[in-house]
Structures are given as structure tokens and as C-alpha cells.
Design a protein around this ligand. Structure first.
Ligand code: S3P
Length: 177
């Protein structure tokens, strides 16, 4: 297996825009798009919230790692769940698949975005705002450690985030020539 593959992997906190930006990128680059949450959900036959509730978070994390093992290094857009960076082995696998792009946003923006839909099991707590802050603090270093670069999506539309990613990818390629 080559050291780094041809995929573009989107990581980042819940609400950072991974799914929408992934759709834009896949369309623009005419590449297949794989979404780890969607794949796990359809493999198990339950929503992510149901997996957390009926099975456990650990069962979901095991499914995430097993799924990552199955990916090839083909050119594709891979959209991941916000907690995929928690396991060190996942971070290694993500980097083997290709370029890893961290989508970031400020806490306020993330909270506003995730509050639009109440589907995230980890934020179903008495104080979702402080839960978000704690999770974000704990995870920020992991996103940065796994990523080739970060794009701040707070003030950008999905299309603009896709533009920024394409520009950075191009830059990386030029520098490697
Ligand atoms: C999670 C993020 C979710 C989903 C699951 C756990 C996390 O994905 O994988 O609820 O640990 O941050 P999104 O980042 O797409 O919301």
C-alpha cells in the first residue's frame, strides 16, 4: 500500500459542514463520495442515534474503525463523522487514504448549526452548549494532528469552502512536483 492515497478526506467537528462540502467537492471533481455515518447506518440498519441508544457509542466506534479498514486509496471524497479522529489507529488510516482536510468553525457557529437539527446523540445532554465546548476543546488537537490543512468555514458558504479546499490541494500538489 502506498504511503498516501488519492482520496480527499473531510474531518472536523459536528456542524463544520463536512457533508455539504463533501457533496460539492464530489460534484465538482466528479468523484465518488463516501459518507462513513451513512455507510454505518445502512450496514447496521439503524440511524446513528439508534446505534448510540440501542447498541452503544463503543459499538459505533468499532464500526467506524472496521469501515475505515475497508476503504481503498482510490480518488474519492470521504466524509467522516466528527469523532473519527478519537482513535489513533483511525488517524493513521485516514492519512493513508489521502489528503486530510479539517473543516473548522468557531464555537458559536458550530452551536448555531448543530441546533438546527437535534439528531446528534452526543449533544443530547442537559447543557448541549457546554457539552459542545468541552468536546471541541478535547478534539481540536486531534483534528489538527490528523489534518494536512484546516479551512475555517465560519463565514463561508459551502461552495466557497470547496473553492478554498481545491486551491489548497492544488498548492500541495505544486509544492510536491
Ligand atoms: C459524532 C459525530 C456525528 C456522528 C456521531 C458521533 C461525534 O457525525 O458520527 O453522532 O462523535 O462527533 P457528524 O460530525 O457528521 O455530525
Amino acid at each position: 500500500m502506498a504511503e498516501r492515497g488519492e482520496a480527499t478526506v473531510l474531518i472536523g467537528f459536528m456542524g463544520s459542514g463536512k457533508s455539504s462540502v463533501g457533496r460539492h467537492l464530489a460534484r465538482r471533481l466528479r468523484l465518488p463520495r463516501y459518507d462513513t455515518d451513512q455507510m454505518i447506518s445502512s450496514q447496521i440498519g439503524r440511524t446513528i442515534a439508534e446505534i448510540f441508544e440501542r447498541d452503544s457509542e463503543e459499538a459505533f466506534r468499532v464500526a467506524e474503525t472496521e469501515l475505515l479498514r475497508e476503504f481503498s486509496q482510490e480518488a474519492a471524497i470521504i466524509v467522516t463523522g466528527g469523532g473519527i479522529v478519537l482513535r489513533p489507529e483511525n488517524r493513521v488510516m485516514l492519512r493513508r487514504l489521502g489528503r486530510v482536510v479539517n473543516l473548522a468553525a468557531d464555537e458559536e457557529t458550530l452551536f448555531e448549526r448543530v441546533s438546527r437539527r437535534r439528531t446528534r446523540p452526543l449533544l443530547k445532554t442537559p447543557h448541549p452548549r457546554s457539552t459542545l465546548r468541552e468536546l471541541l476543546r478535547a478534539r481540536e488537537p486531534l483534528y489538527l494532528a490528523a489534518a494536512d490543512f484546516t479551512v475555517d468555514t465560519s463565514a463561508l458558504r459551502h461552495e466557497q469552502v470547496a473553492d478554498a479546499i481545491l486551491a489548497r490541494l492544488e498548492e500541495l500538489e505544486v509544492n510536491e512536483r
